[in-house]
Ligand binder design. Structure first.
Ligand code: HEC
Length: 213
């Protein structure tokens, strides 16, 4: 058992897990980690009719010791974060506002990776802007209970790459960062209200800052 860090509900602990889960649930490929098929609408009869390949379908290549899920995990692990835009003076003021109103309480600006045999990942700063923790988001919850996460709990979405990742929030309801902030609720209600009360200039600076991530 390890602490979950990945997924909207922090439901998965590693990229290998994430790959195995997606292979099964998104593509219908069983693997050594997820050996049981999801039957169509739960119907074992339909499954038997159309699924003629023995499980696990993803087999480990004896030459490399890896299956497809391992390769997909490696691929994701070695993707670089999106490069950041240079910061204008106004975006730099926005960074200060971001910390002042309390965004950084959940959107932790930077973490350090642990020791890794891969040089590029070994004790490196990672500016992800997330604490990777679950928060009770009140009305913004997705209504889904998954693992230990309740229906109102969501993992803090990392803000790296936010300038190119619209639409925002788990259901894509927010077309802009401003709308995403205004939809925050629950544990984030106070911070949202502080954002609402900022001067238009301070709001614009904060949005400019997020737009550099
Ligand atoms: C209590 C913790 C908390 C605080 C405080 C908080 N957020 Fe969030 N934020 C979250 C969570 C959790 C999500 C994911 C919510 C969802 O998708 O339902 C999120 C999502 C977002 C998103 C959407 C990202 C995406 O890719 O969909 C943006 C943008 C954002 N927050 C910006 C901010 C800003 C700016 C502030 C400060 C004004 C702030 N947040 C304060 C927890 C927080």
């Amino acid at each position: 058992m390890r602490i979950g860090r990945l997924g909207w509900k922090a439901q998965l602990a590693s990229l290998l897990d994430f790959a195995g889960d997606a292979y099964l649930n998104e593509m219908g490929v069983t693997s050594r980690l997820f050996p049981h098929e999801n039957a169509p609408n739960g119907s074992a009869a339909l499954l038997a009719q159309f699924d003629s390949v023995a499980d696990p379908e993803d087999v480990v290549d004896p030459a490399t010791g890896k299956g497809d899920i391992d390769l997909a995990g490696d691929y994701m692990r070695l993707l670089a974060p999106p490069p950041r835009d240079p910061q204008s003076p106004s975006a730099r003021s926005g960074e200060f506002v971001f910390e002042q109103v309390g965004c950084a309480a959940c959107h932790t600006p930077v973490y350090q990776t642990g020791p890794s045999a891969i040089a590029a990942l070994d004790r490196k700063p990672v500016a992800l802007y997330s604490d990777l923790l679950l928060h009770d988001m009140g009305a913004l919850g997705d209504g889904i209970a998954q693992g230990a996460a309740g229906p109102r709990e969501m993992k803090t979405a990392p803000l790296w790459g936010a300038r190119v990742s619209a639409p925002y929030l788990h259901d894509g309801r927010a077309g802009t960062v401003d709308q995403a902030i205004r939809a925050h609720d629950g544990e984030a209600a106070q911070v949202r209200d502080r954002y609402r009360q900022l001067t238009p200039t301070a709001q614009r600076q904060l949005l400019e800052f997020v737009d550099t991530l």
